[in-house]
Design a protein around this ligand. Sequence first.
Ligand code: KG4
Ligand code: ZN
Length: 395
Amino acid sequence: GGGIVVVGVETSCDDTGVGVLRVRQRSCRAAKKTGVGIEAEVLANVVSSQFEIHREYGGIVPRLAARAHEANLPLVVEQALEQAKLSWKEVDAIAVTTGPGLSPCLWAGIRAAEDYAAQHAVPVVAVNHLEGHALIPRLFEDSPAAFPFLTLIASGGHTLLVHVNGVRDYTLVAQSLDDAIGECFDKVARVMGCDGSVSGHPGKEVERLAAQGNPEAIPFRVPLTRSHNVRSCDFSFSGLKSAVRRYVGQRNAEPLSAAEMADVAAGFQHAALTHLENSTRRALVFSGCRMEPAHLEKVDVSMRRKYNKDVARMPDEPLSARPPRSLVVSGGVASNAALRQRLERLANCFGIPLHVPPPRLCTDNGVMIAWAGAELVAAGPGRTLADLRSHADTL
Ligand code: KG4
Ligand code: ZN
């Protein structure tokens, strides 16, 4: 009992996600200590994947996806409430993703949320999908991420670095100039003939293969390392994707052996992750993070050289007024263990912690939308969480 019950609905892409949270205001002392004003208990997190529906098309078909959301939503909502052991009577608000995403899919979620809201007389809070990814690291009781932090959002749809200074106070530091990292993992998986049917995620299969290969056997070029590129923190993955496609295509006459396949995966993953790490390091430096001199002596030569170059290229104004207090990585690709290891080491060098939300909250889900909705309301001018009960507008 107690607190505010928020249901989050996420349908921006191909997953139907419904999460249920019980949200409470933290005590003054706890809020000060953690830097986060509210806390929440995850009562349910149900995600229904449409993976099987779209697999044969090799991509997501928006109209099919929207229809599947419409069919799934009532079941997923019912299942989530059952998991939470709650009825609609106990629900105080609905948060729903209103963008960015595939519009027919978004509308399926918005219409459903509005129907439920009307039926049960609860308010609807509009949430930006990326805000969900950006704020979810603040949910964790043991180590919630206090503002400001730098977050790398690495998913099938986005590759972004966002400086999160506060609720509704974000600076977009970098984005992909072409494909998203997860999309690139998926395409590479396809080229190599793994479709994700083993694990449910093609990217995960590339990671599994890569762990068995030699990352130096096929040296794919790390993207955007030419000198005129290194003032920006942006990403690009289409060149790397094409390079892998070319390499595998050239060998079409004689199919790759399992060992060669593993080397392709390892070489690709090495280049892709080095690129992510380069941009993240630069973004930390450009937003004012520094390595302690004593620490700098201990890091390996290549990291030290790259760090020193970034410091030399620092823009006149830092990207943010306050340097980040932690680094966060989220999105589907954050479940890649090799990426986490690299970022852990990187954050360590700067003397800040790395936060990685658990995988089930990193991939698209309704919990992050419920949480972001609660944060938006809690941070609103003169609003407390209790206002969720009476506030009936889209925020
Ligand atoms: O956040 P997410 O579930 O969905 C959206 O992008 O909307 O991210 C899914 C992406 C897919 O491209 C998937 O292949 C990738 O995350 N992914 C991975 C791994 N697990 C999932 N990529 C690399 N390594 C992994 N272990
Ligand atoms: Zn997402």
